[in-house]
Design a protein around this ligand. Structure first.
Ligand SMILES: *Cc1c(COP(=O)(O)O)cnc(C)c1O
Length: 412
């Protein structure tokens, strides 16, 4: 019997039936067809590994106390604790936390906060500036800020215009900064993925450039939105990528790793100025945004446990070690791939093909190739990347990189 499910980013006419997964543990998934090494952290969300015991325990215990509650006019301890903890660890200067339930909604909230900030001061600044190759989610607002391509061509008539900055290629960074300088003065906000464009192909740019972009924004009063949905919680080697550039954004978007990747939860942090622009006895200045499951208590309990793990366990040391292990294995692949690169715990390399890009014909074959070898990898077009959970061992990484080396032979 075929399943009635319509899967995300899946062309069902070309893709074999979805693999049934029964359980997960550490870096592994147990499927109906055997074990799979989860080398992409189940789409970039699982940080410490599947089913970290402290997160599982927190979820169980919260489920026994309060499952869900309306969040307008009501609050609960897990949400209060997580908000305070986030403000403590986030770049200094962020003082308010707005909850939602996915990366996309955290970015929608950020864009709406930025627009409300200007409107409530009667200033006509509505333009959003974004980077080439950006990905900020799959809702209409976040697609608008994201790069245009085959995956959103059908929705193009609904997308709003943004000022698009050229991606800061090595040697051409000045073009990015000049375009920003020209557009910033009357724009509402610049939104960036700090240090690495993820879904856009794991394209990396240096902290100095993020620092320069932040400086230009500051000078023109343009709000800076840091979309750390992917980069947050250690992926780039520091807790947040912004820290490497010494930058405090006006708005910070967090999701994927916030609960250690166990449950959907997102948070949008903002500066006091943005909150204050909405603070008024005039009810028309209210921040009009909500989702039914805003700050779900079980998800917040999972996030609270995750933040406790960051305090109790040597996570940053583990991440530094993982970076070194990745680097050593990557070195063997230089020459076999193009643009072999690493940022923190993330590595990426481009397969030389005649049709590069998201629809590169090699991509589905590569996915099957790795799957057959017990490895979950899901190249972005001809870009193969490895983004494992932090618990992954050297031996497990060898399995991943041996398969990639084999792929280099098989897919010339
Ligand atoms: C994944 C991602 C999003 C969207 O998050 P969802 O939880 O999938 O909606 C937004 N921004 C970035 C940078 C992402 O990597």
């Amino acid at each position: 019997m075929s399943s009635p499910i319509w899967h995300p980013f899946t062309q069902h006419a070309l893709t074999p039936d979805a693999t049934l997964v029964n359980c997960g543990e550490g870096a592994w998934l147990e499927t109906e067809k055997g074990r799979l090494l989860d080398a992409i952290s189940s789409w970039w969300v699982v940080t410490h590994g599947h089913r970290h015991p402290k997160i599982v325990a927190a979820i169980k215990s919260q489920a026994d106390a309060l499952d869900q509650v309306i969040f307008a006019g009501f609050t609960h301890q897990p949400a209060e604790d997580v908000a305070r903890a986030l403000i403590e660890i986030a770049p200094h200067g962020l003082s308010r936390v707005f909850y939602s339930d996915s990366g996309s909604t955290s970015v929608e909230v950020a864009l709406k906060m930025a627009l409300g900030f200007w409107r409530n001061q009667n200033k006509a600044r509505t333009r959003i500036i974004a980077l080439e190759h950006a990905y900020h989610g799959d809702t209409v607002g976040t697609m608008s800020a994201g790069a245009r391509g085959v995956y959103n061509a059908a929705y193009e008539p609904l997308l709003f215009d943004v000022v698009r900055l050229p991606f800061p290629q090595a040697g051409q960074e000045h073009q990015t900064l000049e375009r920003l300088e020209a557009a910033a003065a009357d724009a509402a906000a610049l939104i960036v993925e700090p240090l690495i464009a993820g879904a856009g192909g794991m394209k990396i740019y240096p902290p100095a450039l993020l620092h320069d972009m932040a400086r230009i924004c500051r000078r023109h009063g343009t709000l800076l939105i840091a979309d750390e949905v992917m980069t947050g919680f250690g992926r780039t080697g520091t807790l947040f990528a912004c820290q490497q550039a010494g930058v405090t954004p006006d708005i910070l978007c967090l999701a994927k790793g916030l609960t250690g990747g166990s449950l959907p939860l997102a948070a949008t942090l903002c500066s006091q100025e943005i909150f204050d622009a909405h603070y008024s006895t005039d009810r028309s200045r209210t921040f009009f945004h909500s989702s039914s499951f805003t700050a779900n208590p079980i998800a917040c309990a999972a996030a609270r446990a995750n933040l406790q793990i960051w305090r109790d366990e040597p996570v940053l040391e583990r991440i530094a070690m993982l970076g070194e292990m990745q680097e050593a294995r990557l070195a063997r692949l230089r020459g076999r791939f193009e643009n072999v690169r690493r940022l923190g715990t993330i590595t990426a390399m481009d397969l030389k093909v005649s049709d590069p890009g998201y629809l590169a014909s090699a991509a589905p074959d590569l996915i099957r190739f790795f799957h057959a070898r017990g490895i979950l990898l899901r190249p972005l077009g001809n870009t193969i990347y490895v983004m494992p959970p932090y618990c992954v061992t050297a031996e497990e990484l060898d399995l991943v990189y041996n398969a990639i080396a084999e792929a280099a032979e098989k897919f010339p």
